[in-house]
Design a protein around this ligand. Structure first.
Ligand SMILES: NC(=O)c1ccc[n+]([C@@H]2O[C@H](COP(=O)([O-])OP(=O)(O)OC[C@H]3O[C@@H](n4cnc5c(N)ncnc54)[C@H](OP(=O)(O)O)[C@@H]3O)[C@@H](O)[C@H]2O)c1
Length: 156
């Protein structure tokens, strides 16, 4: 029987790493591929997974889902490594912490919008985002676009 190939992006920490641990506990015959942007962090996660599942097949795929060139290279690498990918978990993501804008808060206090401001925080919370080298907003490219490029349509 062909062993299932499972790819998890953002596999080196948080939910991604917990998911890998769970998948291996469920079936340690899978071929698990950790899609990560940092080799050291990926290797640390691989070592941790192998310590609880010593016979498991766990490999690393370097991919920065916030960079189109990296995603295209990784998709090519996946095609070369595996005949097919059975499960693709698009988990990697960033969520910059929202910041309170005191300037907007003071302005809002003296505006007609004050009740709405307290009820919804509208206008006073800002979230840092930057434009990537691909000309996209980082949160969008990381959480959505990069994964879209890695999706089965582009893998086949
Ligand atoms: N935890 C929550 O309550 C919650 C709620 C809603 C949605 N989510 C989403 O669920 C997913 C996992 O959340 P989490 O709490 O486990 O987050 P986390 O602990 O911050 O882990 C995020 C993972 O994504 C990786 N990652 C980030 N940007 C990347 C990039 N450009 N290329 C490749 N990998 C990248 C990180 O790698 P590095 O170690 O290299 O940074 C890390 O392994 C995220 O997409 C998050 O937005 C989480």
């Amino acid at each position: 029987m062909m062993r299932k190939v499972v790819v998890v992006t953002g596999a080196n920490s948080g939910i991604g790493l917990a998911l890998c641990e769970r998948l291996l506990s469920y079936d340690d015959q899978i071929r698990l591929c950790l899609g990560c942007r940092n080799l050291q962090r990926a290797e640390a996660a691989r070592t941790a997974l192998l310590s609880s599942h010593p016979t498991a097949d766990v490999s690393v795929l370097l991919v920065d889902v916030g960079k189109v060139t990296s995603v295209v290279r990784a998709a090519k690498e996946l095609k070369e490594r595996y005949k097919k990918v059975d499960y693709l978990y698009l988990n990697a993501g960033i969520m910059p912490n929202p910041q309170l804008s005191f300037r907007a808060f003071i302005k809002g206090l003296f505006s007609r919008n004050v009740i709405n401001m307290f009820a919804t925080a509208e206008g006073i919370l800002t979230q840092k985002d930057r434009i990537t080298e691909d000309g996209l907003q980082e949160v969008f490219e990381t959480n959505v676009f990069g994964h879209f490029m890695l999706s089965p349509k582009h893998l086949s």
